[in-house]
Design a protein around this ligand. Structure first.
Ligand SMILES: N[C@@H](CCC(=O)N[C@@H](CS)C(=O)NCC(=O)O)C(=O)O
Length: 219
C-alpha cells in the first residue's frame, strides 16, 4: 500500500489530503504523520526517504514523490475515480491550464507562507511591508483569473482550485484577502465543500494554534 507522509497543518500536505478526500481513496493509502514543527522531518530515517526534508511525500513501491502537486496529479491519474477527469482533465488544453495554476501555486503561494514564517521566527510580529505587497499582488492575480470564470482553470472545479485554496487559507491568517471580491466569492464556494470542512478547516486551525507563540498581528 502506498504511504503518504503528511502534516495536517501544512498547506502542501492539505493539497494532497483534500485531493485524496475528493477522490475517495483514503482507504488506498497508509497515512503517516511527520511534523516539521517538531523536527520530525530531519530525522535520519525521514531524510533517507526525502533529503529535501519536506512533507508531503508519497512512497509507492520504488517511486518516491516529494512535491504536493505531483503527488496530487499522480493519485488522480493512478486511481481513476468518477472525479478524476473533472479534477485533472485529459484534454490537453484544459490539463495545461490546470498545470499552469499548480505551478503558480508552487512559485507564488506556498513560498510566501515560508517567507512570512521566517520573518516571524526572527522575532517580528507581522509580515514585512514588502511581503504584504507581494501577497496582495498574488491575491490580485488570482482574483483576475476569477473575473469571468467561477473556477481558476475551468468552468468546473479542478486540482487548480484545490491547490490554491489550501495555501490561501493559511496566508489569510497573515494578510486578509477580503477586499478581493472574486477571490472571496470563490473561497466561500469552496469552503462549503465537505472535503474543505474535513481537511482544510482543522488543518488551518492547527496552523493558527502554532502561530500563537509569535503573537502575530494580522494585516
Ligand atoms: N514544493 C513542495 C513544498 C513542501 C514544503 O515546503 N513543505 C513544508 C511544510 S509547509 C516543509 O515540509 N518544510 C520543512 C522544511 O523545509 O524543512 C510541495 O508542494 O510539496
Amino acid at each position: 500500500m502506498p504511504v503518504l507522509y503528511k502534516c495536517n497543518a501544512s498547506a502542501p500536505s492539505r493539497i494532497v489530503l483534500m485531493t485524496v478526500e475528493i477522490l475517495g481513496i483514503g482507504d488506498k493509502l497508509e497515512m503517516r504523520d511527520i511534523n516539521p514543527m517538531k523536527g520530525e522531518n530531519v530525522t535520519p530515517e525521514f531524510l533517507k526517504i526525502n533529503h529535501l526534508h519536506t512533507v508531503p511525500v508519497l512512497v509507492d513501491e520504488d517511486l518516491i514523490l516529494t512535491d504536493s502537486h505531483v503527488i496530487a496529479t499522480y493519485l488522480t491519474m493512478k486511481y481513476k475515480t468518477p472525479k478524476s477527469e473533472e479534477l485533472y482533465p485529459t484534454d490537453i488544453k484544459l490539463k495545461h491550464k490546470v498545470d499552469q495554476m499548480l505551478y503558480l501555486e508552487s512559485t507564488l503561494m506556498t513560498p510566501k507562507i515560508i517567507a512570512v514564517m521566517n520573518t516571524l521566527k526572527k522575532g517580528e510580529v507581522a509580515p514585512t511591508n514588502e511581503q504584504v505587497s507581494a501577497l496582495k499582488e498574488t491575491y490580485g492575480f488570482l482574483d483576475k483569473y476569477l473575473t469571468n470564470s467561477p473556477f481558476l482553470a475551468s468552468t468546473t472545479m479542478t486540482l487548480a482550485d484545490v491547490a490554491c485554496v489550501s495555501p490561501l487559507a493559511s496566508l489569510n491568517l497573515f494578510v486578509s484577502f477580503d477586499e478581493f471580491v472574486n477571490l472571496s466569492k470563490w473561497f466561500k464556494l469552496l469552503e462549503k465543500e465537505d472535503w474543505f470542512q474535513k481537511i482544510n478547516v482543522p488543518g488551518v486551525k492547527l496552523f493558527g494554534e502554532y502561530l500563537k507563540q509569535f503573537k502575530l498581528k494580522r494585516v
